[in-house]
Design a protein around this ligand. Sequence first.
Ligand code: G6P
Length: 608
Amino acid sequence: MCGIVGAIAERNVAGILLTGLKRLEYRGYDSAGVAIVDKSGVQRVRRAGKVQALDDAVNDSGTSGTLGIAHTRWATHGVPSERNAHPHMSGNGLALVHNGIIENYQSLRNRLQGEGYEFHSDTDSEVIVHMVHQAIAAGDDLLAAVQRTVRELHGAYALGVVSETDQDRFIAVRSGSPLVIGLGIGENYVASDQLALLPVTTRFIFLQEGDVAEVRRDSVRIFDRDGTEVEREIHEFDGTHEDAEKGEYRHYMLKEIFEQPVALQRTLEGRLGSVADLDGLFSKNADLLERVRFIQIIACGTSYHAGMIARYWLEALAGVPCQVEVASEFRYRTHVVPEGTLFVTISQSGETADTLAALRATNSPNYVGRLAVCNVDSSSLVRESELVLLTRAGPEIGVASTKAFTTQLAALKMLVLAMARVRGVDEATIQAQLDELRQLPGLIQQVLLLDDEIEKLAEQFVEKNHTLFLGRGTQYPVAMEGALKLKEISYIHAEAYPAGELKHGPLALVDKEMPVVAVAPNDELLEKLKSNLQEVRARGGELFIFADGDAALENEDGMTVLNMPAVPECLIPIVYTVPLQLLSYHVAVMRGTDVDQPRNLAKSVTVE
Ligand code: G6P
């Protein structure tokens, strides 16, 4: 988390830095700062709160210069405050921004303090700038000083460093936290994500782990972990700049919910004409699927919920045993790897620290391959996996994931069908599901038409402090995703239960103050679910049900039913997620929270 931008140009870079930071706010937004170098030295401006406060301060002070670094923070060490905001400085002439965590900072800090360095923040990051300062004082130039310093750091870091005595370059480092170089004409940049730099360039170099870059106005030199100068490929960005704009929508989240038909269309496009197309999904490694006997899915947050749904599908249709686990648990647990295991990671960003760490630890010979289901083709996860299924949702900016989730489900459905094919499931069954998948964008469009009704429904949640979400089968993870959305952006405590578990505890919570949201498609578990809903009604609970028109559920006292279109069984979890996204969105707007940037969270969790 945290976002970094750096720029060196012939012109004033303040605008480039601030625009870049605004586009990186999804990574953290509790404080922000810039260090801009001009003839008089390093001008540092920092503010607690959002980038807009910093923007105002930079404009008011008229700070300008042709070289600078900038940072938007998601606090790990030290409270969110101006004092802890980056850039951190050593003396008056050296400034540094950091994204990541330095695990051995305490011993480094003790050593530096013993040597006379004064600390002005509670962060782990400040040690780095003093270490660079110390190396320069001992005779290194800026590049050598940074290279020497990083050899002593344990943990994850992306860095940007400027010095008043070195006005023709800045140094950038990538190790465990993402960083990309942007190439301009007579100017060059660095940022945590290419999105930050799209207003100024579409040409990028993705630094590799351990790379140190020396960025000048007209050149970029890159050194690998061993200090050897290396060439890295230049990539042309192939999306559009507008993808990352809010357009006519009030929030990114709303825009991204409404983009789902198009995003899903893109995910499916060119991949699903006929059953034979499934073989092309993993062209280079088609035979690998034949060796798969077990699937281990690893993810975090919303992506984990996508994995939970895929598990139901994989076991039911393809007959492949599957386990799903959150990355932060899996990576620290001694686990058994059955022979023939396909390791599947799911991630919107492809940079989530725990998911990446789990991938990097897959050293058992029992793994037959590693597949990343991911939205960012330049991400670490994609680069480090031999099989890739891109979700093609386009940039997702809202912290609460929406279109990334439904496109993950569509991609996972393709994986399930490909697995079913190699496991000998009959072509007609697979073809029928492929045909149904093509209906997906249209069905989502129909659900989006329910927006006004859902907004009205949302009024009944605004004053509540708790909500329970219920579902059965694939709708249980859908309920989990609904609960996660509501708590993330409205700050209402929300929990999800498989409806059959209700009587084993949560029923004790049910009263008039606890709205209960249920997802009731017309599937084989509908009658079971209805019995569970009666248990809620019998205890005076207030039910809100998203139900199939044929589910024979009607509005009654204590029970509000919102009718959904008829949905083929294989698409149910994808389609039924959408009304829950809209419900959370409207509740949050009515409660006046910061929908796109909810408190304490960040979109891309690049630290443990
Ligand atoms: C954060 C985001 C979630 C996301 C999760 C996993 O918690 O706020 O929206 O689901 O990270 O991120 P990933 O990029 O790996 O899908």
